[in-house]
Design a binder for this molecule. Structure first.
Ligand code: G4P
Length: 526
């Protein structure tokens, strides 16, 4: 029988992240194809929200509705159990993505060979860096014209601020793309466009084998050897320890759409990517192999059925074995709960599960009992760290437009904030409630859901602010002086912490200069 340690060691829980359109959905689908979780390409209805849909809110609803099934995709690959955590493609849901990144042990970043590092990738990498998450990079769309691979490597290194080490190398790109030499396995794969099947492999033992010349022609074979010499000269040997520390990213090249270079990526990934790692709680570090179960809620997904308000709370198992119907303590409320119908996400289907292990994600039907960041344990009081809210960048006052429904509005706002849809602040000067988000879409989401799920109506009043930041100081007098000076711009968050609402970058900088003893934080966890 497999022990807890065996179960832990075979798990790989990760997320694929990219700037929209780089190929995240396509790559996810191909990984599922290799895992036998789906049988034909095109089967994944991702929760990708097309950029064009920003004004079409119903369309987004529909897409969010089906995304529960694809939020977590679990499948077996050889001896490994793989859990892919999906992240919303739309940047207005970036906060969701940040939180999902707290529940993974590693990340695969997809970069478009023509576009290189884009804005969203840069931001997401910052979050990975904060947590030293190990990163593998897949440079995609080699079948299209793109940039020189050496240029791409330089850009990855400088823009993502991480060391890189190619583990595969393309032979030309675009129309002349002939294949990829796998530096890690020392194999050569020839490119044949095909959306379903794996490519042809040339059996060689080293790149100087004359079969390389036969396969790709002498000129390209010579160029490949030259490139590889250069790589060996410039880049240090691949060091797994550095990768696991989040300091070095192995780089693969391929074409997700053509299922090319994907298997190499997956095979290397399962070998080097970390199995579930210890989780930091405020009280102590929790090791996955501890007997007692513990886990935390990193995501709450609303069910879009307007007739009954129910959600799924996504719990990441951090230690021990999760069991159906076992009594677990919800630390925040001190309540003991039993879950009769927890679900696991295997091969895109939700099934009721009897048990789950560290690295797994369990879906728990919820009717408003959970809040993002909640911890479940067998009794110990643990509070997991690492689920920060980031300074929102868009703000609006929320106004009740139906005085008969103010209770419903209060409740709706509270529950939506628990779900992490946006952040609520109360301006201390005028007592008004303001909602901060990272994107315009959230305001639409909130308004729509308040109406459909709570029967409450609201109106937005625009507010021009640059950023909200949390402030603290060891010098109480300075803090009081600051709050007095800025009293019109002081708010509190839901935990009652002081938040400064800066209306411009200039004002923020001046405040930082004038009050050096005050610390300004751009994420809620400090
Ligand atoms: P995303 O989730 O990162 O947003 O990207 P997605 O996988 O949806 O891919 C974006 C577009 O890029 C899709 O085309 C997809 O077919 C294409 N693509 C992905 N990988 C490759 C590749 O290796 N080579 C080439 N040439 N194209 C690739 P689309 O036209 O936007 O969507 P669709 O209508 O094909 O679904």
């Amino acid at each position: 029988m497999a022990t807890l340690t065996d179960e832990i060691k075979r798990r790989r829980t990760f997320a694929i992240i990219s700037h929209p359109d780089a190929g995240k959905t396509t790559l996810t689908e191909k990984l599922l194809l290799f895992g036998g979780a789906i049988h034909v390409a095109g089967a994944v209805k991702s929760n990708k929200i097309k950029k064009t849909a920003t004004s079409d809110w119903m369309e987004i609803e529909k897409q969010r509705g089906i995304s529960v099934a694809t939020s977590v995709m679990g499948f077996d690959y050889g001896d490994y159990k793989i859990n892919i955590l999906d992240t919303p493609g739309h940047q207005d849901f970036a906060e969701d993505t940040y939180r999902t990144l707290t529940a993974v042990d590693s990340v695969i970043i997809v970069v478009d060979v023509a576009k290189g590092v884009e804005m969203q990738t840069r931001k997401l990498m910052e979050v990975c860096r904060m947590r030293n998450t190990p990163v593998i990079i897949f440079v995609n769309k080699l079948d299209r014209e793109g940039r020189d691979p050496f240029d791409i490597l330089d850009e990855l290194e400088s823009e993502l601020k991480i060391g890189v080490r190619p583990l595969s190398w393309p032979i030309n790109i675009g129309a002349k793309f002939k294949g990829v030499y796998n530096i890690y396995e020392k194999t050569l794969d020839l490119f044949k466009p095909d959306k379903q099947k794996v490519q042809e492999r040339v059996e060689i033992t080293d790149v100087n084998d004359p079969r390389v010349d036969e396969a790709v022609g002498e000129v390209d074979a010579a160029k490949l050897r030259e490139d590889l010499d250069l790589i060996e000269g410039v880049y240090p040997d691949f060091d797994v320890a550095q990768y696991l520390d989040g300091k070095l990213a192995p780089v693969f090249f391929g074409s997700a759409l053509n299922t090319f270079g994907v298997k190499e990526l997956l095979d290397c990934f399962v070998k080097i990517a970390p199995y579930p790692r210890p989780t930091r709680a405020e009280e102590r570090e929790i090791k996955p192999e501890e007997e007692a179960f513990s886990g935390f809620v990193f995501k709450i997904h609303a069910n879009m059925d307007p007739n009954h308000r129910s959600c799924i709370a996504f719990v990441k198992v951090c230690s021990g074995k999760f069991e159906r119907n076992a009594p677990y303590k919800q630390v925040r409320t001190d309540k003991v709960m039993r879950f009769a119908a927890p679900t696991a996400f295997m091969a895109q289907r939700k099934n009721v599960v009897d048990e789950a292990f560290p690295g797994d994600i369990v879906g728990i039907p919820d009717t408003g009992n959970f809040k993002i960041g909640d911890t479940l344990t067998e009794g110990e009081n643990l509070h997991f760290r690492g689920l920060p809210s980031f300074s929102p960048e868009m703000f609006k006052y929320i106004e009740n437009t139906d005085p008969m429904k103010s209770k419903q509005l209060e409740k709706g706002i509270r529950q939506l904030m628990d779900e992490g849809v946006a952040q609520l602040f109360v301006n201390q000067f005028n007592g008004r409630k303001l909602i901060g988000t990272v994107g315009q879409l959230q305001f639409e989401v909130i308004q729509y859901r308040l109406l459909h799920e709570y029967g409450a109506q609201c109106r937005w009043e625009p507010l021009s602010l640059y950023k909200a930041c949390w402030i603290e100081s060891d010098d109480d007098a300075a803090l009081e002086a600051f709050k007095k000076r800025k009293h019109q711009f002081m708010a509190v968050d839901r935990e009652g912490r002081d938040v400064f609402l800066a209306d411009s970058n200039y004002v923020l900088q001046m405040a930082q200069n004038d009050f050096p003893s005050i610390r300004f934080h751009f994420s809620s966890e400090f």
